[in-house]
Design a protein around this ligand. Structure first.
Ligand code: SF4
Length: 450
């Protein structure tokens, strides 16, 4: 009899408002605010801290039974006033939760009432985003929050300043640092939204700070309408209109979309886009890094070529990883994401079309039970993804190359570089060494020289 399997087992996705909270963590002096029960904020803080190992404040309207019946407006307003008292806050990012979406709270109306009721106070920017977790993933929450910032904070076109809006999607703080430095090398003034480079991987403090340093300044977000263009990585979670689309429609800022620059070809594409905005020649450092990456690919080819990989995680990140794996001769055999996405299959197929003769099994809306079932017949050599794949890696006795988020069972996940030629080289070294380590461990006599 066919197994009647309907529930999600070990989800390959995280809660939707968590993505929004992470975006708001990348705004200077901003506080993420969850409109819902306190447990949601506690869970997310715990989850985020385990990866980044930084203090993470997430406010909550702490709704109880009474609010669930009569609405959460009073708690929301009281909570924002508390945030204003406790922090020198420039922006409060309010994300809804399952509870407030279910009872149908109109957060936009509550915030308008708040602005009128407290018009005598110096108010921070108040941004709201709808993030029902029962119908999305953390990445849908992420993209919706970036879109809300572009829609609600950028009020006019303003002065043309010649900078470029960079919407990089969900990457590591090391990636954001890399992209900022690349912009400086290429003489492009980026407004990167969000920017978790310092807020989620900061320095040690002598004194307590109520909010971390860093993040995209609100003034820079307001000026995004005057940019020369917007560069957006990935598919924006399938939104009908992404943040770049909002800026193009409202203020005529040209939108350029490109894949996350992971691997050789995607980085080449991004560098070409960057060159259109650059006011100086492409930096020599990146040309050297590109050459080093190619040299390493030649050196390591004999170890890595033909290995079979299972790749899973966030859709844009997975598409970019597949593109890279294909170009180094690794055959993705199963590619999975937890998101329901009608664009995912085409995006993976497109990323692999030039570099793989055989297309992998491609699954959206997948959980780890689906991934384990599919992987059973595919004989993978490697798993590439976040820490939640460890159970499968252990069961199959194959290496897990940890990338992305969350990395809860290793140290330094926030400092993994994925993007650019430099990031591709670092990933390449890790992949080759994982293969070598396994064959060395399994060799009956051992060896100390390749
Ligand atoms: S899934 Fe819903 S109830 Fe659970 S933490 Fe996320 S928002 Fe809260």
């Amino acid at each position: 009899m066919a197994e009647n399997y309907v529930s999600t087992t070990n989800a390959c996705k995280m809660c939707t408002p968590m993505g929004a909270a992470l975006v708001f963590k990348g705004i200077e002096n901003a506080v993420p605010f969850l409109h819902g029960s306190q447990g949601c904020a506690t869970y997310m803080r715990r989850y985020i801290i385990s990866h980044y190992r930084e203090p993470v404040d997430i406010a909550s309207s702490a709704l109880g039974e009474k609010s669930a019946v009569y609405g959460g407006g009073p708690n929301l307003k009281k909570g924002i006033l508390n945030v204003m008292r406790k922090y020198d806050v420039s922006l409060v990012g309010v994300a809804t939760t399952c509870l407030t979406e279910t009872i149908g709270d109109d957060v936009g109306r509550y915030l308008n009432e708040f602005r009128e009721e407290f018009s005598d106070l110096s108010l921070p920017e108040l941004v709201h985003v709808s993030t029902p977790s029962y119908s999305g993933t953390h990445m849908e929450g992420w993209h919706a929050a970036v879109r809300s910032l572009a829609d609600q904070v950028v009020k006019d076109k303003g002065r043309a300043h010649g900078g470029v809006n960079l919407l990089p999607g969900f990457l590591s703080p090391a990636d954001y640092r890399f992209l900022k430095a690349l912009g400086e090398r290429a003489c492009v003034r980026f407004t990167m939204l969000p920017d978790l480079s310092e807020t989620m991987d900061g320095v040690i403090w002598d004194d307590y700070h109520s909010l971390p340093d860093g993040g995209t300044p609100v003034a820079e977000i307001r000026a995004m309408g005057g940019a020369a263009g917007t560069v957006e990585f990935g598919m924006s979670g399938g939104l009908p209109e992404s943040a770049a689309g909002v800026l193009e429609r409202k203020f005529g800022v040209p939108a350029r979309r490109t894949a996350m620059p992971i691997g050789l070809r995607a980085t080449d594409q991004f560098m070409d886009v960057l060159a259109e905005f650059a006011s100086c020649d492409m930096p020599a450092k990146d040309a050297f890094d590109r050459g080093r990456l190619l040299d390493a690919m030649v050196d390591g080819h004999k170890y890595i070529f033909g290995k079979r990989a299972v790749v899973y995680g966030e859709e844009d990140f997975v598409v970019a990883l597949c593109s890279f794996l294909g170009e180094i001769g690794v055959q993705p055999v199963l590619v999975a994401t937890g998101a329901k996405s009608d664009r995912f299959k085409a995006a993976v197929t497109n990323a692999l079309a030039e570099v793989c003769q055989t297309m992998p099994v491609i699954r959206d809306d997948a959980d780890f039970k689906d991934i384990e079932d599919e992987a059973a017949e595919l004989n993978p050599d490697l798993l590439v993804g976040h820490s939640k794949g460890y159970k499968l890696a252990r069961a199959k006795n194959i290496p897990l190359i940890r990338v992305g988020f969350p990395i809860h069972d290793r140290f330094g996940g926030q400092r993994i570089l994925h993007v650019g030629y430099e990031g591709a080289l670092a990933l390449y070294d890790r992949l080759v060494n994982a293969v070598l380590e396994k064959s060395q461990d399994e060799c009956p006599v051992g060896y100390g020289y390749l």
